[in-house]
Write a protein that binds this ligand. Sequence first.
Ligand SMILES: NC(=O)c1ccc[n+]([C@@H]2O[C@H](COP(=O)([O-])OP(=O)(O)OC[C@H]3O[C@@H](n4cnc5c(N)ncnc54)[C@H](OP(=O)(O)O)[C@@H]3O)[C@@H](O)[C@H]2O)c1
Length: 286
Amino acid sequence: MALRIVIVGPGRVGIALARRFSAKRVTVCGFVGRDATRTAAAVQAAGVGDVLQFADLPRAHVVLFTVGDDDLRSAIQQAVAAATPRACSLWVHTSGRHDLSLFDGVVGIRRGVLHPAVPVVDGPGGAAGLVGAPGVYHGDANARHLLALLCEFADLTPIEAAAGDRVLYHAACALAANGLTALVDVVQRTFARSGVVADASASALGAALMQAALRNCHEHGAAAALTGPVRRGDAVTVALHRAHLQAALPQVLPIYDALSQVALALARADLPADRAAAVAAALRGS
Ligand SMILES: NC(=O)c1ccc[n+]([C@@H]2O[C@H](COP(=O)([O-])OP(=O)(O)OC[C@H]3O[C@@H](n4cnc5c(N)ncnc54)[C@H](OP(=O)(O)O)[C@@H]3O)[C@@H](O)[C@H]2O)c1
C-alpha cells in the first residue's frame, strides 16, 4: 500500500515536497490551506492531489505541516479540533526553529520534524533545489525510520538531529543561507560603485570568489581557508578599504568591520602579534 500524505500549508516548501514525493511510491492526497483559491493554485503547481479540509487528515499516514513558523501552532490546533488523528499517523513539520513540543497534547500520533536545510524558492526551482540537500530530521523513536524514508522520497540527504537548541540551529541556517544572500547584494553594490568592472562581469566575479572561498572552507576549515589583507596583516590596505567604504558606501562599513573582526580572530594564531595589533588598530580607525 502506498504511503498517503496530506500537506497542510500550500506554500513554497509544501509544493516543492509534493512535486518530489509524487515521483515516488507516495500518494500525495492533497493540500489543506486557509484560502481555497491559493490552495487550488498549489494543487495545480504541484501537479498532484486535491484541495482538502482539516477533516480529511485521518485519511493520511503522514500529515506534513509546511506552514510558516508563526502560524504552525494555530494550524496544528485547527487540525486537532477538526478530527481525531489517525492512530499512529506521523505528524511532522518542516520548521527549522520549532521542536517536537508543538505536537504536545495531540494524542495517538508519532511526532517528527523534517527541516529541508536549503533555500526553497517559488516555482520548479524549489523542487529541483531539494535534490541532494540535507534533510535534517528529528522525532520520536517510533518515527525516525519513517522520517528517514521521507527524506529518501523527497531526494533529500538524511541527517538525524539531536534535540539541542533549535533556535540557535535555525539562526545558523539563516546566517548561512540568508546571510550569504545579503552579502552577495553588498558585494554587488560595492563592485558597482567601484566602476572597475561592468555589472555582468561583477556578478560572475562575486560568485567565483564566494564559491572558491566556500569550497576552501569546506575542504580545509575556515581558519586555513582565510586569505586577504587581514590574514596577511596588511593594516594599510584595511585602513584604505575602510576610508573608501566610508566615503562611497558608509552603510557597508559596519558590515566590513564586523566580518573583518571575525577574520582577525581566525588569523591571530598565524599572524605576528605586531601585525595583528596593527590590523586591530586599523579596524578601530586609529
Ligand atoms: N522557504 C524555505 O526556504 C524553507 C526551507 C526550509 C524550511 N522552511 C520552513 O517550511 C515552512 C513553510 O515555509 P514556506 O517558505 O513554504 O512558507 P510559505 O511559502 O509562506 O507557505 C506557508 C503556507 O502555509 C499556509 N498557512 C498559513 N497558516 C495556515 C493554516 N492555519 N492552515 C493551513 N495553511 C496555512 C499559508 O497560506 P496563505 O497562502 O494563506 O498564507 C502558505 O500557503 C516554515 O516553517 C519554514 O520555516 C522553509
